[in-house]
Write a protein that binds this ligand. Structure first.
Ligand code: ZN
Length: 268
């Protein structure tokens, strides 16, 4: 007799009671046709992102006007994918009219670009970034920055939650105290923002997810695919099973008149 292998046991695991959607796919070198083919093959719907914001943001493509957005929307239209943008920094809103922006299915962002000592935007995920040696001081700044992002930007989804720079990541469990997690989750609740379960970076950890679920936060799945292959959703599905997530816990794009950019009253 041959015992069932771990892989066949995995295949037999029950699927969630909701449709699988991966809201974090960048095309980069991949074509839209390749994503559509993968969608049919895997039974996963994909949400495709382009960066959006002012030209000050350093990315190969940054959508910075209604015209840019309309071209992006037209490119994805009718392909059976969700149309998204990944907003950069906290000053992108004036680049677009609400009317055109609300034609997107969703906008997400993360907290991985932070202010340096001079208040300038700096990519905390870049090799050159030095968060200093004082982890407690960093966390004080960083939690407040997470809250500020959620308060100031009309977001659908908060991406890569609880990410930390490499230097501090080994102390993740110690640095993400219940109080700090609570502060971010309270901001998600106040603003009606969903939180991503990021299977690319395997974030956030279960303590955060459990607390978020207790507070009624909605969840989205994101593979953080950067355009060579589309990562699978195994980590997200497993987390959803552990948490007992059902359809009512999952993010779905709001109708146009209820998009965050329409319904949120933002601080001036
Ligand atoms: Zn991304």
């Amino acid at each position: 007799m041959i015992a069932a292998s771990p892989s066949s046991a995995q295949t037999a695991a029950p699927k969630p009671d909701f449709p699988l959607v991966d809201y974090h796919v960048h095309l980069n070198s991949m074509t839209l046709e390749q994503v559509v083919a993968a969608s049919k093959e895997r039974g996963v719907t994909y949400g495709i992102l382009e960066h959006a914001g002012t030209k000050e943001n350093d990315y190969p493509i940054v959508l910075s006007s209604d015209k840019d957005l309309q071209a992006w929307i037209a490119k994805l239209d009718g392909a059976g994918v969700y149309k998204g943008v990944q907003a950069e920094w906290i000053d992108w809103m004036p680049c677009f009219s609400k009317e055109v922006f609300a034609q997107l299915d969703y906008v997400l962002t993360d907290s991985m670009t932070v202010r340096d000592a001079n208040g300038k935007r700096v990519k905390a995920f870049s090799r050159d970034y030095d968060p200093g040696n004082d982890a407690e001081a960093f966390m004080k700044m960083y939690v407040a920055w997470n809250e500020e992002i959620l308060e100031r930007e009309p977001l659908d989804i908060f991406s890569h939650p609880t990410w930390l720079p490499g230097k501090f990541n080994r102390d993740y469990d110690k640095l993400w105290t219940p109080e700090r997690m609570r502060a971010v989750i309270d901001a998600l609740v106040r603003t009606g923002t969903a939180v991503e379960i990021d299977c690319g970076m395997r974030l956030p950890k279960m303590a955060f997810l459990q607390m978020a679920k207790e507070q009624g936060v909605k969840f989205s799945f994101g593979s953080n695919s950067q355009g060579r292959v589309i990562n699978d959703l195994a980590f997200c599905v497993e987390a959803a099973r552990t948490l007992g997530l059902t359809a009512k816990d999952m993010f779905t794009p709001a109708p146009r008149y209820r998009k965050p950019i329409v319904r949120r009253k933002l601080p001036g």
